[in-house]
Design a protein around this ligand. Structure first.
Ligand SMILES: Cc1cc2nc3c(=O)[nH]c(=O)nc-3n(C[C@H](O)[C@H](O)[C@H](O)COP(=O)(O)OP(=O)(O)OC[C@H]3O[C@@H](n4cnc5c(N)ncnc54)[C@H](O)[C@@H]3O)c2cc1C
Length: 394
C-alpha cells in the first residue's frame, strides 16, 4: 500500500526543485504546450521540462513502466495532477500520441506495436496526426474511400484525407483505409499507422478564418505501409476507430474544463462594463456570466467523476459524446460572451487601437466555431447520445 501523503510531499518537492521558472505560467492556448515531434523547435526551458518529466515517465503517468510510462497508480496520478495544478505548472507535453493513439495501442495494440510506438510518445519524440476525414466522409466516416491493397508485406495506399490537424508538423499518422470494397461499409475498413516521411505522402496546409493554418489536406499516392502496422484486425478497423473516438471526445471536453479563462470573464466584465456597488454593472450580462460559470462548475465536476471512473479501469464509451457536446457548446457560449463584453474592442484583427489580449479574444472566438465540428459535429454527438446512451429508437 503506497503512502499517498508521502508521495504527495515527495512529488511536490521534486516539482519545485526541478521545474524551470518559466513553466509556472499556465498555457493560454494549446500551442503554449509542447507537442513534441521532430519538426518543431521548442524553447530551451520547454525542452528541459519535457525531458525531466519524460525521464520519470510523468508525461504519461499511468502508462506501464515497460513502455517508459510513469507506472503510477490511478490515485498517485491524481495526486501528481493536483500538485501540478496547485503550482500552476504547465503540462510538459500534449498531443494526439498521448491522448488518442497511445491509449488505443495500450487497449488494443500488439506487443510489437506498443514497444515500438509508446516510448517515443512518452519522450515527445514523435508527433502524431489523425487521418480519418475525407472530402466525402466526415460525419458519415464509414463512407471513406482511401484504398489500401495488400502487396506482399505491405499495403499500398491511395486516396485523400482532409482537415488533418497539424499534418505538416506530424511525424506519423494513424489512419483509416478501405481494404475490402465489396464488404458492407463498416466491415471493410482497416486501421493503419503510417510514417509521414514515406514516399507518396503530400501535405498541404489549409488556412482558417482565425488566420492560422492548423490543419491540412493529405494526399496519398502509392504509399507503401508495412502490413505489421495494422492495429487490430484487417477489415476490423471500425471497432478501433470508435474506440479511439471515445478517447478523442474525452480529450476535447477535457480541454474546456475550468482554466484561467473562467476567472477572466468577471475580470473582463469589470474592466469593460464597469462596476456598481462592487458588482458588474450590466445586470443582464451579469446573469449570463453567472450561468456560464455555474454550467462550467457542473461540467468540471462531472468530468472529474468520469475521470475517476476511467482511473478505475472503465474505457470511455458513447457517454464521451456528452462531454464533447457540452464542453464545446459551453466554450462557444463563453467566447461569444467575451466578445459581447468587449463590444467594439472585439472588432480588431490587427494593428493599433487594440491590445494583444483583445486581438486574442477575437481570434479565440473565431477558432471556437470549429469546436462543435472537430471530433464529430454537435448534431452527430446528439445522435449518438440519443441512440447509444439513452437507447431511443431510430
Ligand atoms: C478544427 C478542426 C480540426 C479537425 N481535425 C481533424 C483531424 O485531425 N483529422 C480528421 O480526420 N478530421 C479532422 N476534422 C474533421 C472533422 O472530424 C469533420 O469536419 C467532421 O467530422 C464533420 O464532417 P464534415 O466536415 O465532412 O461535415 P458533414 O459530415 O458534411 O456535415 C455537414 C453538416 O451536416 C450535419 N450532419 C451530417 N450528418 C448528419 C446526421 N446524420 N444527422 C444530423 N446532422 C448531420 C453536420 O452536423 C454538419 O452540420 C477537423 C475539423 C475541424 C473543424
Amino acid at each position: 500500500m503506497v503512502d499517498l501523503a508521502r508521495f504527495r510531499d515527495e512529488t511536490r518537492r521534486w516539482l519545485v526543485e526541478n521545474a524551470p521558472a518559466s513553466m509556472y505560467t499556465p498555457p493560454r492556448t494549446p500551442d503554449d504546450i509542447c507537442w513534441g515531434g521532430r519538426k518543431t523547435p521548442y524553447p530551451d526551458d520547454v525542452r528541459r521540462w519535457l525531458d525531466l518529466m519524460a525521464g520519470r515517465g510523468w508525461t504519461a503517468p499511468t502508462w506501464p513502466r515497460e513502455y517508459s510510462g510513469g507506472g503510477l497508480s490511478k490515485a498517485e496520478a491524481k495526486v501528481l495532477a493536483e500538485e501540478m495544478a496547485k503550482l500552476r505548472l504547465r503540462p510538459p507535453l500534449t498531443g494526439f500520441g498521448l491522448s488518442m493513439i497511445g491509449p488505443l495501442l495500450l487497449q488494443e495494440g500488439s506487443e510489437e506495436l506498443k514497444r515500438e510506438h509508446l516510448p517515443p510518445i512518452v519522450r515527445g519524440e514523435i508527433r502524431w496526426c489523425q487521418g480519418y476525414s475525407e472530402p466525402g466522409a466526415g460525419s458519415d466516416l464509414a463512407s471513406l474511400q482511401t484504398r489500401a491493397v495488400r502487396d506482399g508485406d505491405s499495403f499500398v495506399v491511395n486516396g485523400q484525407k482532409v482537415w488533418t490537424s497539424y499534418a505538416d508538423k506530424a511525424d506519423w499518422m494513424f489512419l483509416l483505409v478501405r481494404t475490402d470494397a465489396e464488404a458492407p461499409k463498416h466491415s471493410g475498413i482497416t486501421f493503419l499507422l503510417m510514417d509521414m516521411e514515406t514516399p507518396g505522402v503530400t501535405v498541404r496546409p489549409i488556412r482558417l478564418i482565425s488566420g492560422s493554418s492548423p490543419f491540412c489536406e493529405t494526399f496519398l499516392t502509392d504509399v507503401r505501409v508495412p502490413a505489421r502496422n495494422v492495429v487490430g484486425r484487417v477489415n476490423g478497423g471500425w471497432l478501433m476507430a470508435k474506440a479511439l473516438l471515445g478517447h478523442e471526445r474525452t480529450m476535447i471536453a477535457d480541454a474546456f474544463k475550468e482554466r484561467d479563462d473562467a476567472k477572466r470573464l468577471v475580470a473582463l466584465a469589470r474592466r469593460y462594463l464597469g462596476e456598481e456597488h462592487g458588482r458588474v454593472a450590466d445586470p443582464l450580462l451579469r446573469d449570463r456570466i453567472a450561468q456560464v460559470e455555474m454550467d462550467q462548475a457542473c461540467l468540471d465536476l462531472t468530468l472529474a467523476r468520469a475521470r475517476d471512473g476511467q482511473r478505475a479501469g472503465h474505457k470511455p464509451g458513447p457517454e464521451s459524446s456528452i462531454f464533447k457536446y457540452y464542453g464545446t457548446e459551453l466554450n462557444q457560449r463563453r467566447r461569444e460572451l467575451m466578445v459581447e463584453i468587449l463590444g467594439p474592442q472585439a472588432l480588431g484583427w490587427d494593428g493599433a487601437g487594440f491590445d494583444d489580449d483583445e486581438l486574442k479574444i477575437t481570434r479565440d472566438w473565431l477558432r471556437s466555431r470549429g469546436n462543435s465540428i472537430e471530433g464529430g459535429t454537435s448534431e452527430i454527438q446528439l445522435n449518438i447520445i440519443a441512440k447509444r446512451v439513452l437507447g431511443l429508437p431510430d
